[in-house]
Design a binder for this molecule. Structure first.
Ligand code: UPG
Length: 480
């Protein structure tokens, strides 16, 4: 690699939900802003294989993608350690590997961009004199909560935690107790401390990039950048640069897409709970009966049920399986043969959502899935499972107006088949207002990303600052 243009090093934490948008950001920096990009991917023994990584990489020849040597965190976690705590620990353990990898490079990168779980890498950026940015792979509302955490910590949040009242975030939508982000609830849990620490660390960066755009979250973006800036003293600039989602890959077509080709326009509902979401056995059964009785076509990405942990499949390596889904109700596959397709564990999601036959999406509301649905003009049934997904579901349903959600999810353990049937019929209705709304947002997303659009300009700003730093460092005498 020549030292003739700014070089960005991106650090992705384990999990497809982080890796995919980080790779997409890398691609944009190369194609639109003339950067060299190296993407470092933190791994554990079972989180990702090289071949899966290559499969996810957009235009592999554009980016230099480096799998960091796996970290072993087995002695630092217990079977009950939550997924977010695990991620925070893994990323801390990966820092020496990142430092060694940067030291081994011929030219030191100009800028380091980390995701939420990589904020401790700022010491490495400082050590190597790099600009440093955080890339939030979720939305501005989640970012606002994160930045507000250190302030929240100073006032005892009795109202939210004990009285279950809404949590106030200045200038933003309040966070209802039923939609809350679990790490805020228990000061004694490690994830509370980790999450608050991330909120503190982020304020010390040169900027925060967030995967959203002005038209989608104008009020929240205003609160983050406006005069009061969430009450922060020396606010770090926030750059909405989204929606960054993968482009549909050319290449051999899968069986699923061939099946979709034979279905009428907007007739199929796609059901998936992201890269690692799982349902209980009872919920899987209710979903099966609900889909069947809705009498609508469907593609369902199923995983074997797991009773107590909805994030159980997050770090599982295998995306493909020939397992026959024997946990589905007796005769389900036979009865729905003409109406539906059941796919085991993993499907080409972006290709599916961009197919004209797909008219609805039952989603766990991981932010990438939500964005992929919006940019393809597909309305959603919001079915949050873990992490910040309940916040996303609330926002997509109540503010953005592109989704409906179950009335029973917050209170009951299982959403019943009748309610599922009704929700599916509602969202698949061609005249439903959410369908029109999501099409409007699709166009707005395209405008934001095109040359001169709000998100394009935000990323240009970051690129210009990096270019200036690059020229300055290049002109500086060695050792100065
Ligand atoms: O069968 C599948 C399942 C997933 N995907 C892709 O995998 C990504 C999944 O990302 P996302 O929808 O965001 O879900 P998670 O992997 O669960 O995402 C994690 O990261 C997100 C971004 O920070 C958070 O919003 C989520 O809560 C968190 O669980 C998307 O690009 C999907 O297209 C597929 O291609 N095929």
């Amino acid at each position: 690699m020549q030292n003739t243009k700014p070089h960005a090093a991106l650090l992705a934490s384990p999990g497809m939900g982080h890796l995919i948008p980080v790779l997409e950001l890398g691609k944009r920096l190369v194609t639109n802003h003339g950067f060299n990009v190296t993407v470092f991917v933190a791994t554990t023994d079972n989180s990702l294989s090289k071949s899966q990584l290559i499969e996810q990489t957009p235009s592999p020849n554009l980016l230099n993608v480096v799998l960091l040597p796996p970290v072993d965190v087995s002695s630092l976690i217990t079977p009950t350690t939550g997924i977010l705590t695990q991620l925070a620990i893994m990323m801390r353990e990966a820092l020496p590997k990142l430092r060694s990898a940067i030291l081994a490079m011929k030219f030191c990168p100009t800028v380091l961009i980390v995701d939420l779980f990589g904020t401790e890498a700022m010491v490495i950026a400082d050590e190597f004199n790099m600009l440093k940015y955080v890339f939030i792979t979720s939305n501005a509302w989640f970012l606002a909560l994160t930045l507000h955490m250190p302030t929240l910590d100073k006032v005892v949040e009795d109202n939210h935690v004990k009285n279950q009242e809404a949590l106030l975030i200045p200038g933003c939508k309040s966070l209802e107790f039923d939609d809350t982000f679990e790490p805020v609830l228990d000061r004694n849990d490690q994830i509370y401390v980790e999450y608050k620490h991330m909120g503190v660390q982020m304020q010390k960066f040169d900027g925060i990039l967030v995967n959203t755009w002005q038209d989608l979250e104008g009020t929240t973006i205003g609160a983050l950048g406006g005069e009061k800036k969430l009450g922060r003293v020396a606010p770090v600039p926030v750059y909405p640069i989204g929606p960054l989602v993968r482009a549909v890959k050319p290449g051999p077509r899968s069986e699923v897409l061939d099946w979709l080709d034979m279905q009428p326009i907007d007739s199929v509902i796609y059901v998936s709970f992201g890269s690692g979401g799982t349902l209980s056995a009872k919920q899987t059964t209710e979903l099966a009966y609900g889909l069947e009785s809705s009498d609508r076509r469907f593609i369902w990405v199923v995983r074997p049920p797991i009773e107590t942990d909805s994030a159980a499949a997050v770090f599982k390596t295998s995306h493909r399986s020939d397992d026959s889904p024997d946990f589905l109700p007796d005769g389900f596959l036979t009865r729905t043969r003409k109406m539906g397709l059941v796919v085991s564990k993993w499907a080409p999601q972006n290709e599916i959502l961009s197919h004209p036959s797909v008219g609805g999406f039952i989603s766990h509301c991981g932010w990438n899935s939500a964005l992929e649905s919006i940019v393809n003009g597909v309305p959603m049934i919001a079915w949050p499972l873990y992490a910040e997904q309940k916040m996303n579901a609330a926002m997509l349903t109540e503010d953005v107006g592109v989704a409906i959600r179950s009335k029973s999810l917050p209170t009951k353990e299982v959403v019943g088949r009748e309610e599922i049937e009704t929700m599916v019929r509602t969202i698949m209705d061609k005249g439903d207002a959410r369908r029109a709304r999501v099409k409007t947002l699709k166009s707005s997303a395209e405008r934001a990303l095109s040359k001169g659009g709000s998100s394009y300009n935000s990323l240009s700003h970051v690129a210009n600052d990096s270019e200036t730093a690059f020229k300055y460092l290049k002109a500086k005498p060695q050792g100065a």
